[in-house]
Design a protein around this ligand. Structure first.
Ligand SMILES: [Zn+2]
Length: 144
C-alpha cells in the first residue's frame, strides 16, 4: 500500500485500522528504524504487568511492563526451570538404561526375592556379578 505523508502527520488508513483493531481513540507509540528507514507504530501498551496484570510498582523493560514483585520472583522461576531441566535429564538417563543393565536388574530382583537374607556380596557370587556392580544395581532399585 502506498501512502503520501501529509503535512500534519501520517493518517492510518481505515483498512489498516480495521485489521489492527485500532480505534480512533487508541493511543499509539512511534519508533524509528534508521537502517530500514521505517517508522514503527505500536499500540500504546497498557501500563500493567506482563505476568500478573498488576498496576502497582511497574517498570518498563524493553517495551514491556513488569511489576516489582514479579521481578523479585524471577529467581524462583530460575529454580523452577532448573528443576524441569534436571527432570528432563533424568528421563533421558532412564531411557538409556541398557538392555544388559535391565536384564541384570531383573536377575538381581529375582535373586533377592529367592534369597531375602543374603548379603550383596553373596548375591554377587550367586549371579556371577562383581560386588560393586551389584551394589550399584541395588542403589538403582532404591532410587527407582
Ligand atoms: Zn507482576
Amino acid at each position: 500500500m502506498e501512502l503520501k505523508l501529509g503535512r500534519t502527520g501520517l493518517a492510518i488508513p481505515m483498512e489498516v485500522r480495521c485489521v489492527l483493531n485500532l480505534h480512533p481513540s487508541v493511543r499509539t507509540k512511534y519508533y524509528f528504524d534508521d537502517k530500514k528507514k521505517a517508522i514503527l507504530v505500536y499500540k500504546y501498551p497498557a501500563e500493567e504487568c506482563l505476568f500478573c496484570s498488576g498496576k502497582q510498582q511497574i517498570i518498563c523493560f524493553k517495551r514491556f511492563y513488569i511489576c516489582t514483585s514479579c521481578i523479585q520472583s524471577l529467581p524462583l522461576l530460575r529454580v523452577f526451570l532448573e528443576r524441569i531441566e534436571r527432570e528432563r535429564a533424568n528421563k533421558v538417563k532412564t531411557k538409556t538404561l541398557t538392555a544388559k543393565r535391565k536384564e541384570a536388574l531383573d536377575r538381581l530382583h529375582q535373586a533377592m526375592k529367592e534369597n531375602p537374607e543374603t548379603s550383596q556380596k553373596k548375591l554377587a557370587e550367586i549371579l556371577g556379578f562383581l560386588h560393586a556392580w551389584v551394589s550399584k544395581l541395588t542403589r538403582n532399585i532404591i532410587d527407582s
